[in-house]
Design a protein around this ligand. Structure first.
Ligand code: AMP
Ligand code: MG
Length: 434
């Protein structure tokens, strides 16, 4: 794994006190390398896990040409050969899904066929039953020649996946559709990367845990709960280490324990510039750590690096470190915009960046160029039917309610200036269908 210092020293315009979001992400991306452990799991247990192998289809899906409708299969020559605008064919039998029929009709014959049944030899077209009139007690059928074209209502062998075709790439996080796709290939087990273990704790003497009395000047620790939620959604193993007092020994013990037991450590609080506590000192003493002021809002201060306890076997005693700011909204914003991608990389997942959608801003938003802002937005339909976004109101980095109310971030890019009411802005949605 390349050292932070070696990555940073290659950058000509590196300024840790005003680091653009993209540059911070590029540095993180270069330092983080995927864990190597792999396990083999039954496909259902692989949901939300990262595939460690390319899945290639060993069969054609479907295995045969088959019917997409209930109707009658026939040879399309019958359409061209029709003397009038009606086609009349003799019905020589039926074929059901699951059966392998031995019927081979001629150009003047047809076979009654159900959806999914294998197409009889030589047949390439199915006329749906609702277009057909039966004659002579079903011994013959008649239909208009222009109600189907050659090849209609037939599914081709291998049209879903052909034998030898790439089905799912290594690095894919397994989705519900993928479980079905694997099953359709008859695959029972897949190789996936091991789950990450992520330790996290809060720092700050003003923090109290739920159940403790709240003295004057204290706040309940909420960051460990949002972190719990965000990490659970990433399907990692959690090691919640509680609140750690602002005491050098307590902090050092916590960091050592965390890096001996986890792949990554996430803390909140204590990384602001001019912070009087020991968090930064201890972080710096345990490894290759840099303290950034990122050109963003919210979430300016952040520590990033790799720390180790100096004990244990190679690699086992070190962990990636994300020292997030203390403010509750800043924790979430820095998690989503830095930690999420880093953890994906660490777990071996290749996840495309989330789409930014362009919608109309319902109001003016003040913004200065030279930093990226992540305002909390509510996207909805305006009275004219168009999609429109408005901010949640109070945008302070301590106002966690703004994250609960919002359904998207309004992403105002580094160079962006103030927005006028009606201007297009980019939004990143919080939730999707799957
Ligand atoms: P800091 O970055 O340590 O200066 O913290 C900035 C602000 O976030 C302060 O108002 C802290 O009280 C608050 N804060 C820090 N950690 C937490 C936490 N775990 N839960 C809630 N608020 C916090
Ligand atoms: Mg603090």
């Amino acid at each position: 794994m390349p050292s932070l210092q070696s990555v940073i020293s290659c950058l000509s315009d590196y300024d840790p006190t005003a680091l653009p979001v993209d540059q911070a992400n590029r540095i993180i991306g270069e330092v983080v390398e995927p864990v190597r452990g792999i396990e083999q799991l039954p496909i259902r247990s692989a949901l939300d896990r990262v595939l460690a192998e390319d899945i290639v289809s060993s069969i054609d899906v479907p295995a045969h040409d088959n019917s997409a409708m209930d109707g009658y299969a026939f040879r399309s020559e019958a359409l061209a050969a029709a003397q009038t605008d009606m086609v009349e064919l003799e019905v020589i039998g039926s074929v059901f899904a699951g059966g392998a029929g031995a019927l081979a009709p001629t150009a003047v014959q047809a076979v009654r066929i159900m959806t999914g049944a294998v197409m009889p030899a030589g047949c390439d077209t199915v006329v749906p039953q609702e277009f057909v009139e039966t004659v002579a007690d079903g011994a013959r059928i008649r239909f208009a020649a222009d109600c189907v074209r050659a090849g209609d209502n037939r599914r081709l062998r291998g049209e879903d996946l052909a034998r030898g075709q790439a089905a799912l790439p290594a690095g894919r996080i397994v989705q519900p559709a993928d479980l079905g796709l694997l099953a359709s290939l008859g695959i029972a087990e897949v190789r996936v990367r091991r789950r990450l273990r992520v330790a996290f704790f809060s720092t700050g003497d003003e923090l109290r845990s739920i159940g403790e009395p709240l003295e004057a000047g204290c706040v309940y620790d909420s960051n460990r709960y949002t972190l719990h939620g965000m990490l659970r959604r990433m399907n990692v193993e959690l090691l919640d280490m509680g609140v750690v007092r602002d005491d050098p020994e307590a902090l050092e013990t916590a960091f050592r324990t965390a890096c001996e037991s986890a792949d990554a450590v996430i803390t909140s609080g204590g990384v602001s510039v001019g912070e009087a506590d020991y968090t930064k000192q201890i972080m710096a003493s345990l490894g290759d750590v840099t303290f950034w002021k990122i050109a963003m809002r919210p979430g300016r201060p952040m520590a990033f690096g790799r720390i180790g306890s100096g004990e244990g076997r190679e690699g086992r005693d070190s962990a990636l470190l994300f020292g997030l700011p203390g403010n509750p909204v800043a924790v979430m914003v820095t998690f989503y915009h830095f930690v999420r991608a880093a953890l994906h990389r660490l777990m071996g997942a290749s996840v495309p960046s989330l789409p930014l959608l362009q919608v109309r801003s319902a109001q003016a938003i003040r913004k200065k160029p030279g930093r990226t802002e992540y305002q909390r937005g509510i996207l909805g339909r305006a009275t004219d039917g168009k999609w429109e976004v408005r901010i949640t109101g109070q945008q302070g980095s301590g106002v966690l309610r703004s994250m609960s109310e919002a359904n998207c971030f309004i992403v105002l890019g580094h160079e962006q200036d103030s927005v006028k009411a009606g201007d297009p802005v980019e939004v990143m949605l919080f939730d999707g269908l799957v």
